[in-house]
Structures are given as structure tokens and as C-alpha cells.
Design a binder for this molecule. Sequence first.
Ligand code: HEC
Length: 201
Amino acid sequence: MENEVKLISGAMVTLAIATASLVVLPYLQLRHEPPTPGLKPYTDAQLRGRQVYIREGCVYCHSQQPRDPSQAPDDKRGWGRPSVAGDYYYDSPHLLGTMRTGPDLFNIGARQPSADWQFGHLYQPRAYTPGSIMPAYPYLFEIRKQAETGDKVVALPPQFVPVGGVVVATQAAQDLVSYLLALDRTFPALAPVAVAGPASN
Ligand code: HEC
């Protein structure tokens, strides 16, 4: 019996230490972290697009956390400066991701700001990146015989345009692209510090 008590109390102490260091301490440290200056809240369309990003599982292949040069050459890959806590102020839940089957997308809006490219790449990644292993998302688009007024027609390389039709982006695709284009944290992580000039008196 004595051994069971030791085992159970040992397990409880271990769990309490882990909870304190992994949950409670980070919460206390980051609770008042302000948004990085320059970070804008998401619009309604971008928030809907974020839900599409979650629903379609983009996070399973794409991270959103460029790392420090001492950990990974992410800056050389063109993925941007290391992210800081304030960059995630409006992200709930955050979409840090752990897998990097594809590139980090934290700054994709700055790296690839063309909405036409984003639509075409989602409809058929191989149209822009030959040999890409990213899945196509054809169900985020509709194929129509003719475009109607107000339709967002996707500009594709000619060999990918379906015969006798046009590819039109659904609302979900439009929201997703507006979210992707909003992913731009190219502003500095630290607010410029006012430099004290020489005393004037
Ligand atoms: C099975 C893994 C996988 C999934 C799931 C996936 N991707 Fe990708 N993605 C890739 C790979 C690999 C590349 C690099 C090749 C390419 O450009 O197609 C890529 C490239 C990209 C790029 C271009 C990045 C750049 O730096 O040029 C964007 C944007 C993108 N993906 C968005 C998405 C979105 C949005 C979703 C969800 C709807 C998604 N991906 C789902 C694997 C994936």
C-alpha cells in the first residue's frame, strides 16, 4: 500500500510541475503581451477564410512560425523574421503548425501578393509549381459554361482551363485567399526606441 501512495503522489507532483511550467507560467508571462505594432485585426472575410484554412487542414502541412536564425535558416528561405508572441495577438486558436511539408505561410501575403496566383494554385498547385505534392482543392471552385456578372473568374495557364468552361471561385475560396493575403508580418518585431538626444540645457 505504501508503494502505491508513493507512486500516486509522485505522479501528481510530476503532473503539477509540468502544468505549472507548461501552462501556468507561460500564461502569466504572456497574458498582457500587446499586439506587435503594425499588426491589424482580421476582417470578417479573413476570419471566415481562417476557418476554411482550419477546415481544409492546411495547418497539417504548413507552419506559421518563422524561426530564429540560430534554430533554422528560415530568413534565408524568405519566410521572414522570427515571429514574436505579439504577432499572434488576434490568432485564436493559433495555427503554429509543426509539419513543414510545404513552406511556412506566416508571410505568404507579402511573398505572393497576387490573388490570381493564389486562386490558381489552390485550384491546381501543379499549374504553377510542376511536381508539387500539395493537394488540389477543386471543390472550392465551380466550373461554369460562362461567367456571370460578379463572378470571380480564376485566371489559369491555358492548358489548365477546362474545355468549354470557366473556373469560378466560391465564397469559401475568396475568403481563404483574403486570409492568405492578410498573412504579412513584415513589419519590425520591436517598436522603434526613441533615442535620447543630448540634454538641451
Ligand atoms: C499534403 C501537404 C499540403 C497540404 C495539406 C497543403 N499544402 Fe500548401 N503546399 C504544400 C507543398 C509541398 C507546397 C510547395 C509546392 C507548391 O508551391 O505547390 C505548398 C505550397 C503552398 C503555397 C505557396 C507557398 C510559397 O511559398 O510559394 C501556398 C500559398 C499554400 N501551399 C497554401 C495552402 C493552403 C491554403 C492549404 C489548405 C487549403 C494548403 N496549402 C494545404 C503542401 C501542402
